[in-house]
Design a protein around this ligand. Structure first.
Ligand code: CAA
Length: 447
C-alpha cells in the first residue's frame, strides 16, 4: 500500500513575545518559578498589530509551497483547523487561499476548502481528513495543505492568561511523504464535557482545574482504545511521545499516567516492585477512595524513580522544547510537539528512519486521539530546513504596558480610543490591513 502522511511542515510564530518570569510574574505578584517550573513556560508568542490567524497560516503555507516547489495546481485541498475563527460562515481557508493567490500565478479554484472545529484536536482531525481523501483516491495526484492556526488569548486576569500563545503550523499531506507516514490504527476517548468553551465569545470560559482532569480521562480512554486495535503498547515501541501541550506541566501529568498504564503487568512493573511496590489493584481495596489514595501515593513515588525519569527524559521532555518558548497554540500545539521531538533527534544525530512516534492529541469539550507515525527517509532535511530558531530569536520583547496594548488590539469587540503602532516592520509576508465594506478582513503581501 502506498504510504500516506506528512511530507513537510512549516511553523510560523507570532512576532512578539511576553517574558513570563520577568515581565508577567512580577505584575501578578507571583514567584517566577510558578511559570518556569510549575507550568513549564518561559515565553509566550503574540501577534503583532498586522498579524492574525490568517497571516500566520498563510505565511507558513507560503514557505511550505516555496520550499517544496509547489504551484496552486499541485494542491487539491486546503483545510484550516482553528478555534480562533472570526466568522461563523466563511472559512479561514478561503482567506488563506486568497492570500496565496496574490503571490502565485495559478489559483485554487478547483481545491476543496474547509474549516475543522473541535478545540485543539481539530488540527489532527484535519490531517486525518486529508489522509482519508488521499487514501480514498479522490486527490487526483494532488496533495493537501492543512493549516492549524490560533491566537490563544484568555480574558485578562483569567488563570489561563499565563498559557497564551499565537502561531500556525502548515502541513503538506501527500503520498510517499518525506517526514512521517500515518497509520490506520487510532484510539479515541470522547465525551460531552463543559470544561473549556467559547459560546459566541472570543475568549474562553474555562474551568481550569477540571479541564486538566478531563484531559487525563479522555487520554486514558484513547490509550485503551488504541491498544484495542494496535495491541498492547510496549515501552520501547516509541522513540518519542508528543502530546497536546497547553503547557508542559500538563504533559508531565499525562506522561506519568500513560507510563503507569503501559508498564502494568510487565517486567518494568516487576523491576520497580522492590523499590516502590506493585501498582495498586482496585480489588485489593475496600472502596474507590482508598484505591485512589493508594494510586496517588504510587504515582508520587513512580515519578521519582530512575526508570521513569530515564523514559520521560528520552521520550517526552524533548517534545516540550518549543512549547516552553511559545505557549499554547491550541490546534497546532501537538504538531509543534512533534517538531520539537524531530529537532531533538536531529540535534542528537539519531539514526531515526523507521522509528515510531506515539502522537497524543486532545481538544476540550472533549476528545483525545492517539495514533502512531513512522519516521521516513527525508525527515532530516525537512527538519533542518525549518527557520523557527531565527523567528523566535527575532521576536520583539514586550513590556507589560505593551502587552496590555497587544491584548486590547486583538480583542475584536474592543473600541480602542488610541492608535497602537506596530512593533516590528513586516517584510516578505502577508499582513492584515483592515476591514472591508462587508466587515470582511483584508490582507496584502508586503515585499
Ligand atoms: N514553584 C514551582 N512550582 C509552582 C510554584 C512555584 N513557586 N507555584 C506554583 N507552582 C506549580 C503548582 O504546584 C502547579 O503544579 P501542579 O499542578 O503540578 O501542582 C503549577 O505550578 C500551576 O500552579 P497553579 O495550579 O496554582 O496555577 P493556576 O491555578 O494559576 O493555573 C491552570 C493553572 C488552571 C491550568 C491555568 O493555567 C488555566 O486555566 N489554563 C487554561 C486551561 C488549560 O490549559 N487546561 C489544560 C487542559 S485543557 C487543554 O489542554 C485544552 C487547551 O489547550 C486549553
Amino acid at each position: 500500500m502506498t504510504a500516506v502522511g506528512i511530507d513537510a511542515i512549516e511553523i510560523r510564530s507570532g512576532k512578539l513575545k511576553l517574558d513570563l518570569p520577568n515581565t508577567f510574574a512580577p505584575q501578578k505578584g507571583d514567584d517566577p518559578e510558578k511559570y518556569t517550573k510549575g507550568l513549564g513556560l518561559t515565553n509566550s508568542s503574540f501577534p503583532d498589530v498586522y498579524e492574525d490567524i490568517v497571516t500566520m497560516g498563510a505565511n507558513a503555507a507560503k514557505r511550505l509551497m516555496d520550499r517544496k516547489g509547489l504551484e496552486p495546481d499541485d494542491i487539491g485541498r486546503i483545510d484550516v483547523a482553528t478555534e480562533s475563527a472570526f466568522d461563523h460562515s466563511k472559512p479561514v481557508s478561503t482567506y488563506i487561499a486568497g492570500c496565496l493567490e496574490k503571490v502565485y500565478d495559478g489559483d485554487f479554484v478547483h481545491a476543496n476548502k474547509g474549516e475543522r472545529k473541535f478545540a485543539c484536536v481539530a488540527g489532527t482531525q484535519a490531517v486525518d481528513d486529508a489522509y482519508n481523501w488521499i487514501r480514498a483516491g479522490r486527490n487526483r495526484g494532488r496533495a493537501a495543505i492543512v493549516v492549524a492556526t490560533d491566537t490563544a488569548l484568555y480574558a485578562r486576569g483569567d488563570p489561563g492568561e499565563a498559557t497564551q500563545g499565537a502561531g500556525a503550523v502548515a502541513m503538506l499531506i501527500d503520498e510517499e511523504p518525506s517526514l512521517v507516514e500515518l497509520s490506520n490504527d487510532q484510539g479515541y476517548g470522547s465525551k460531552d464535557e463543559t470544561d473549556f468553551l467559547k459560546p459566541n465569545q472570543q475568549f474562553p470560559s474555562v474551568d481550569g482545574k477540571r479541564s486538566m482532569q478531563v484531559y487525563l480521562s479522555r487520554m486514558r480512554e484513547a490509550l485503551e482504545d488504541y491498544e484495542s486495535v494496535a495491541g498492547d503498547i510496549e515501552l520501547d515501541d516509541f522513540a518519542y511521545a508528543p502530546f497536546h501541550t497547553p503547557f508542559p506541566g500538563m504533559v508531565r501529568k499525562a506522561a506519568l499516567l500513560a507510563y503507569r498504564h503501559v508498564i502494568r503487568d510487565t517486567e518494568y512493573e516487576d523491576d520497580l516492585a522492590g523499590e516502590i511496590g506493585r501498582q495498586p489493584r482496585e480489588h485489593e481495596y475496600d472502596d474507590r477512595e482508598a484505591y485512589e489514595a493508594a494510586i496517588r501515593e504510587y504515582m508520587d513515588e513512580l515519578k521519582t524513580t530512575e526508570q521513569y525519569r530515564t523514559w520521560y527524559d528520552d521520550a517526552v521532555e524533548p517534545t516540550l522544547g518549543l512549547s516552553r518558548e511559545v505557549g499554547n497554540w491550541y490546534t497546532s500545539s501537538v504538531h509543534v510537539a512533534r517538531v520539537s521531538a524531530l529537532r531533538d533527534a536531529l540535534e542528537r544525530d539519531r539514526d531515526f528512519v523507521g522509528e515510531t512516534l506515539l502522537v497524543a492529541s486532545y481538544g476540550s469539550g472533549a476528545q483525545a486521539e492517539i495514533h502512531a507515525e513512522t519516521v521516513r527517509a527525508g525527515w532530516r532535511s525537512e527538519i533542518d530546513a525549518l527557520d523557527i530558531d531565527d523567528q523566535l530569536e527575532s521576536r520583539y520583547d514586550l513590556t507589560w504596558e505593551e502587552y496590555e496594548d497587544v491584548h486590547d488590539i486583538h480583542e475584536y469587540d474592543k473600541d480602542l480610543d488610541r492608535e497602537i503602532e506596530e512593533f516590528t516592520a513586516p517584510e516578505g509576508e502577508f499582513v492584515f490591513t483592515g476591514w472591508g465594506r462587508m466587515n470582511e478582513r483584508k490582507y496584502e503581501y508586503v515585499e
